[in-house]
Write a protein of this length. Structure first.
Ligand code: SF4
Ligand code: SF4
Ligand code: SF4
Ligand code: SF4
Ligand code: FES
Lengths: 158, 883
């Protein structure tokens, strides 16, 4: 048979627990309705790559393949070609004809971005990457190129 | 043992060979003095100051260039002293002041001595803050090479290579000081045939390869040692591949073969290996007149095996023939003739330049022997176009050792610029020319005395008569007699065609009289011309040069192959085409051979055969006529060995593989086809059933699992290949020994008998056809492999007929004007080109131009290199259009 003491203790405990609940009811929830709502990431978060352009629209990437050489997982493939001086893709003589990142391999270390002599490849804060097929996990240059209206915040230096 | 002397470097005494350059001596003792301008294959110059060290000059320490100092007893140097180190660091800092440092877009990046040495010896920072000098970038110095003047560090290597090896000073240094630039002379871009070597010599990215430009990074190509298969020299190369494509070809050192040079064809012409037009699947034409359709290998191979076996059964084996090519590897050539002889039972196998050429199968003694000669006779051969790297060795002999050249050629070829003599002749006059020279030699008492001991002497003297020797001939004779180490080199043009035997006899008479017959060598034309002969890709000889009629030789192969071999010699190249045209040859198998693109006669012949199989890289003119087309792979996509003009058997290893293509190596195609051969398949089945029927074992004869296994069998089939193996060949190859040839069929070639000259009648129809056509090989033509390359249009020989300006004036022809040229067998229309090196009375058309004009006029590829023709102004009408 439970004594009065027990009843009082139980009531206090319930009240304490309810208090937590009630307090939480009053705060904003941490859950984000992803993907309907955007998600905030830390300023130095490293997500999907982007190939940047200059203000005049020319691609920054010169196809030097240094990112490819720097990549520890062999995720990048670059094939360069010669610019047509009349109709250049990038400034100078050389541009990347093919640029691919294999996101099944990439570990988002950022070494590629570190290696790039012209700050062409950057890891953006975009992280949604799931795809239905392996094949589509290889992003080609057209997918990686900065869209004309993109507004990229370059991550602060470490 | 060279005499050793003592020098001191950084207070340590070393013993080094006397007279050696300090940079080289230091290398021996593991001191790596950095250099830019100095190069082991170029004369020391001292242009770049990278190699600065201190030297004790009468008690004072002076800064000197290590690359120009020859060490002598007691010399004292300092390499690691602060002053020397500082001097080198300063040199680098100065070099980098105006260097663009555009390494990320520079093709040299990753293999650049300037990068490497800056890391090792450079200052790490620059004190220079002003604006750099700007000079020309992306500045082509030829159709093949791009110059970036900003990157140049003025080391002179490019200038020196062209002067010292090519003897063509086509690049120079212009302006002074920091404005200095390398440039070509106005209007004269670099056109030396081995110009690409300056790309590799350049210690920075100033000179780059326009064909491979931006297509490779040195760290991400897969590099395979191989050889070049564009000519008979067999230069050693490295094939740099990436994602199944051949991205770049660079030279590999092999002192015996190519030193460390390759020619521009070897370096720049390789797009054919990756060309999108390559055949990737077998094609079958179900009925004559129908279209080619794609098919699987099983179906195509079974069809070929059945139809060839059926034709051999019903029409007789002689109704089946095969034409290979001297570009096929030893393995492919060997298996093709084994298939024809062993399974079809026909000796009808040959290749272009095969039986029709009276070649000396021993080839050249050794390539580098040319550098030891003091007189080189070039008889009907132009190494500058046919073996350009050999040509640089010949020039080296002339420039460095004072050798002279005696040139006998229908055209005044480039090397006639050297001391010696030039004797022009027209095709058909070769024998007369040598007879004249022999007469000249015999006027010398000592020659006569020596020659009198030779068999056939009296008949020769009789036949030669005593016509006078002209001045040029007399000069040639004088050269010949005053030479200590003469060497005679002759090419296929001299010993093919109707007069081949007479030409060779007259050449050999001349060589015997001059006492030079042991140093008279045949320069084979194609990558595997020597190997194709060794492999028996000929109608009358078996692997190892055993004649078909030679019973012991034949029986040896019968035991090896487990079959009975046909005993009658087969048909040669032209004879097969004639037999096809006449309906006697009913099935033809072409492997790397394209008679249809060699003029209308070949085309007509192929149209007549019942069953035509073409095994090729591309849908050639012949393949378009085929009933079955089998896609083969190029030399870069399979293992194979090739035997070069000095009998050196060398490996060409597989460098790339196209995963999207079903094309297969020749050796594999033959092997799989043989397994489907009705007799073989039947036997295999019978053996499987353990039937009592006696099996010859032919089924087991075709079990090759790799090219190396085919080579293993070759070593048993051809005695001179004995003891060779894929592994033993190594990176530098092995020459098959001439000693083993003694007593073999080869020794017959070296007879020491004088042959009386043939009586010749003057060719009729001189007036109707007043000109002599001269046809010949040029480096850059429009052959099947050349045509696949973008650069062809830029570098290939002009598509034109060349005529002496005097003749053009008489005929009232202007440059560029179309003319029609006709011979007894064909007619073509070409634009006129004026050329003083073409003799009056002759017309010059290279082989393998679009539409095959030279071949059309000659009528057959075996007719030799000359024909009588006439020329008349003519517009291009649609029916005669060339190309
Ligand atoms: S982030 Fe790292 S792993 Fe990913 S591509 Fe760049 S270098 Fe490679
Ligand atoms: S992204 Fe940068 S490092 Fe990568 S190839 Fe382009 S320019 Fe070079
Ligand atoms: S030549 Fe060498 S140092 Fe100069 S840009 Fe090219 S890679 Fe860099
Ligand atoms: S172009 Fe190259 S090889 Fe020629 S001088 Fe300049 S740096 Fe030397
Ligand atoms: S290497 Fe000695 S001066 Fe250039």
């Amino acid at each position: 048979m439970a004594g009065l003491g027990d009843v009082v203790r139980g009531t206090v405990q319930i009240a304490e627990a309810m208090g937590v609940t009630l307090k939480a009811l009053a705060t904003k929830p941490v859950t984000v309705e992803y993907p309907d709502e955007p998600i905030a990431v830390f300023p130095r978060y490293r997500g999907r790559h982007m190939l940047r352009r200059y203000d005049n629209g020319l691609e920054r990437c010169i196809g030097c393949a240094l990112c490819e050489a720097a990549c520890p997982t062999g995720a990048i493939y670059v094939d360069a070609a010669e610019n047509d001086p009349e109709n250049p893709v990038s400034p100078g003589e050389r541009y990347a004809k093919t640029y691919e990142v294999n996101f099944m391999r990439c570990v988002f270390c950022g070494d590629c971005e570190e290696a790039c002599p012209v700050e062409a490849v950057v890891l953006t804060q975009a992280f949604p990457l799931p795809e239905q097929e392996r094949r589509s996990m290889i992003f080609v240059k057209e997918q990686l190129l900065e869209p004309p209206d993109a507004n990229i915040a370059i991550r602060p230096a470490h | 043992m060279p005499d050793l002397i003592t020098i001191t470097i950084d207070d340590v005494e070393y013993k080094v060979p006397n007279g050696m350059l300090l940079t080289d001596a230091a290398k021996l003792i593991n001191i790596d003095i950095p250099v830019f301008c100095s190069h082991p294959k170029l004369d020391p110059l001292g242009a770049c100051r990278m190699c600065l060290v201190e030297q004790d000059v009468r008690g004072r320490w002076m800064i000197v260039t290590a690359c120009t100092i020859r060490v002598a007893e007691g010399m004292k140097f300092r390499y690691a002293s602060p002053a020397a180190t500082q001097a080198r660091e300063d040199t680098l800092e100065f070099l980098l002041i105006n260097h663009p440092l555009d390494c990320p877009i520079c093709d040299k990046g990753g293999e650049c001595p300037l990068q490497d040495q800056t890391l090792k010896h450079g200052p790490g920072v620059s004190q220079f803050q002003e604006i750099k000098n700007h000079k020309a970038k992306r500045y082509p110095i030829s159709d093949l090479i791009m110059l970036d003047q900003e990157r140049c560090i003025i080391c002179w290597r490019c200038i020196r290579y062209l002067e010292e090896w090519e003897d063509k000073p086509q690049l120079g240094l212009f302006h002074r000081g920091d404005r200095s630039v390398i440039d070509f002379f106005p209007g004269q871009p670099v056109d030396a045939k081995t110009s690409g070597n300056i790309i590799e010599l350049c210690p920075v990215g100033a000179l780059t390869n326009r064909v491979s430009r931006f297509r490779y990074r040195p760290w991400d190509t897969k590099n395979i040692d191989s050889i070049c298969v564009h000519c008979s020299q067999g230069c050693n190369v490295r094939l740099d591949g990436r994602i199944h494509q051949l991205r770049r070809v660079v030279a590999r050192e092999n002192m015996a073969v190519n030193d460390e040079w390759i020619c521009d064809k070897g370096r720049f012409i390789h797009a054919f290996a990756d060309a999108p037009e390559r055949l990737t699947t077998p094609l079958i034409r179900d009925h004559k007149g129908g279209e080619l359709r794609e098919a699987g290998w099983e179906e195509a191979l079974a069809l070929v095996a059945q139809r060839l076996a059926f034709t051999a059964d019903v029409q007789g084996p002689a109704a089946v023939g095969a034409l290979g090519s001297a570009k096929l590897s030893n393995e492919a050539a060997y298996l093709l003739q084994k298939l024809m002889r062993g399974l079809v039972g026909s000796n009808n196998v040959d290749h272009r330049g095969g039986a029709a050429v009276l070649a000396d199968p021993r080839g050249l003694s050794a390539i580098r022997d040319v550098e030891q000669a003091d007189l080189i006779v070039l008889a009907g051969v132009d190494p500058a176009e046919e073996q350009p790297v050999l040509a640089t060795f010949i020039r080296r002999a002339v420039r460095r050792r004072g050798a002279k050249l005696l040139i006998l050629h229908p055209r005044q070829i480039e090397d006639t610029r050297y001391p010696g003599a030039y004797l022009p002749y027209k095709p058909g006059q070769e024998a007369a020319l040598f007879e004249g020279l022999s007469r000249g030699l015999l006027q010398e008492a000592r020659v006569k005395e020596r020659a009198a001991r030779l068999a056939g002497f009296a008949d020769l003297v009789d036949g030669l008569g005593n016509a006078a020797v002209d001045a040029a001939g007399a000069e040639a004779v004088r050269l010949m007699l005053s030479a200590q180490r003469p060497m005679i080199l002759y090419g296929p043009a001299l010993v093919s065609g109707r007069a081949a035997a007479a030409n060779r006899a007259s050449l050999m008479n001349f060589a015997l009289l001059a006492g030079c017959v042991e140093r008279t060598f045949y320069l084979a034309p194609e990558a595997n011309s020597v190997g194709a002969r060794d492999m028996g890709l000929l109608p009358a000889s078996l692997p190892g040069h055993a004649a078909i009629g030679d019973a012991p030789g034949r029986e040896r192969l019968e035991r090896l192959w487990g079959v009975k071999l046909p005993t009658q010699p087969g048909l040669g190249y032209d004879e097969m085409l004639e037999a096809a045209a006449a309906g006697r040859l009913r099935a033809l198998y072409l492997v790397g051979s394209d008679p249809a693109s060699q003029g209308p006669a070949g085309q007509a012949a192929l149209q007549k055969v019942d069953f035509l199989v073409v095994q090729e890289l591309f849908l050639t003119e012949s393949a378009k006529l085929a009933d079955v087309v089998l896609p083969a792979v190029s030399w870069a996509e399979t293992d194979g060995t090739f035997t070069n003009l000095e009998r050196r058997v060398q490996r060409a290893a597989q460098a790339i593989a196209n995963p999207h293509s079903q094309a297969a190596p020749d050796w594999l195609i033959f092997t799989e086809m043989a397994k489907l051969w009705p007799a073989v398949a039947g036997e295999a089945k019978a053996e499987g059933k353990k039937s009592k029927r006696k099996s010859s074992g032919a089924a087991r004869q075709w079990g090759y699992g790799s090219a190396a296994e085919v080579l293993d069998e070759i070593t048993r089939a051809a005695p001179m290949y004995d003891k060779l193996s894929w592994d033993a060949l190594g990176d530098e190859g092995t020459q098959w020994p001439l000693a083993d040839a003694a007593g073999s069929p080869l020794s017959a070639v070296a007879s020491r008998r004088l042959t009386p000259p043939e009586r010749r009648s003057v060719a009729p129809g001189r007036d109707e056809y007043p000109y002599a056509l001269v046809a010949g090989q040029v480096l850059f033509d429009y052959g099947t492999l050349m045509r696949q390359t973008e650069v062809t249009e830029r570098v290939a020989a002009p598509v034109a007929v060349s005529i002496n300006p005097a003749d053009a004036a008489r005929e009232k022809l202007a440059a560029g004007q179309p003319v029609s040229i006709s011979s007894a067998v064909g007619q073509v229309v070409l634009p006129v080109r004026l050329d003083e090196t073409v003799q009056p009375g002759t017309l010059w058309i290279p082989y393998s131009l679009p539409g095959a004009p030279a071949e059309t006029l000659l009528g057959s590829v075996s007719a030799g290199s000359g024909a009588r023709v006439r020329i008349a102004p003519g517009a291009l009408s649609s029916s005669e259009k060339v190309g």
